[in-house]
Design a protein around this ligand. Structure first.
Ligand SMILES: [Zn+2]
Length: 317
């Protein structure tokens, strides 16, 4: 993966670009989410207006290294032509990995070529054909699963491989410092102070972080599988429980169902989004309440331009 020129390893956070389903409102743009993951930037579901929302959120075209489309309803992809053209205009040179449901490859191609522009982009397409791994690097694995909507739809899960956290006190006790730490991490053992020290003696397991993205879907096994053990789950919550029948008919979740997924999957932070415009500013807190009634973890009702850190797993050493 080529690193974006303007990004540095400043952490992992979700930059919310838009949160409206179907039709934007005065306060909510169509969908759009940039997951900043160290030097990578995953742009999920850029709806109409995403390019301008990027300006407000101070997200640059160079920060986008991956594009993940769940499905090709307009509120999840009408921003693609603008974002892609902006990336070309800004001379993004790095390769960009693109994922979307394979059945609708022609729609992606149409969106890419919706208007005339000088297309210099190096897009590497990974149409999702089956449940399972899509991409893997030393820093993360991206997997996809088919969801249950009215058109082919994929949810995504990003997992950092498990690693080990070095314990400063134990390193010091063995007199290990400087380049020897790297050597020990690489080789698994090191001779220090006349005896062999193993990596296990001076470190502890550090489970990798996990992020999951579940958009338009009915309740289905795949949603639970994607969310399993996620530190952050971004989940659609189009409807309140009163509209549960509507949600099922149109292939959507209620906020309480999003809460149930988070609870059963052991999620830590649930970010609700993709709200029906019917609730309005006054009605939206009810969606968070309905999710919180079944999920004991943290619930965030997303607003446009929020920046939400991915909760850290480890305690600072
Ligand atoms: Zn949809």
């Amino acid at each position: 993966m080529s690193a974006p020129s303007s990004g540095t390893a400043t952490g992992r956070e979700l930059v919310v670009l838009g949160t409206a389903s179907q039709a934007p409102t005065r306060r909510r743009n169509h969908n759009g989410y940039l997951l900043r993951w160290d030097g990578a930037g995953f742009l999920f579901d850029p709806g109409e207006g995403t390019q301008r929302q990027m300006q407000f959120a101070r997200v640059t075209a160079h920060q986008i290294t991956h594009l993940c489309i769940t499905h090709f309803h307009g509120d999840h992809c009408l921003g693609l032509p603008g974002v892609l053209q902006r990336m070309a205009l800004d001379q993004v040179r790095h390769a960009v990995e693109v994922c979307y449901p394979a059945e609708n490859r022609a729609v992606f191609t149409r969106l890419r070529h919706a208007t005339l522009f000088h297309d210099t982009l190096d897009l590497r397409e990974h149409p999702v054909t089956a449940d399972g791994p899509v991409l893997a690097t030393p820093a993360f694995r991206l997997a996809a699963r088919r969801l249950s909507h009215r058109v082919p739809t994929a949810g995504y899960q990003l997992t950092e491989p498990d690693g080990r956290r070095m314990l400063a006190g134990k390193l010091a006790a063995h007199g290990i410092a400087g380049p020897d730490v790297g050597r020990l991490q690489r080789d698994g053992r090191l001779t220090a102070g006349g005896r062999e020290v193993t990596l296990a003696e001076v470190s502890e397991p550090r489970p990798g972080q996990r992020f999951a993205f579940v958009m338009d879907t009915r309740l289905c096994d795949a949603a639970f599988t994607l969310a399993e053990g996620a530190d952050m789950l971004v989940c659609e919550a189009t409807f309140a429980t009163a509209e549960a029948a509507l949600a099922r008919d149109y292939g959507h979740l209620t906020a309480a169902q999003a809460g149930r997924i988070a609870a059963e999957a052991g999620v830590r932070l649930l970010v609700l989004t993709h709200f029906s415009q019917r609730y309005g500013e006054a009605g939206e807190p009810r969606l968070a309440d309905e999710a919180a009634a079944v999920f004991g973890g943290q619930v965030v009702l997303a607003h446009d331009l929020d920046r939400i850190p991915v909760p850290r797993r480890d305690h600072p050493a």
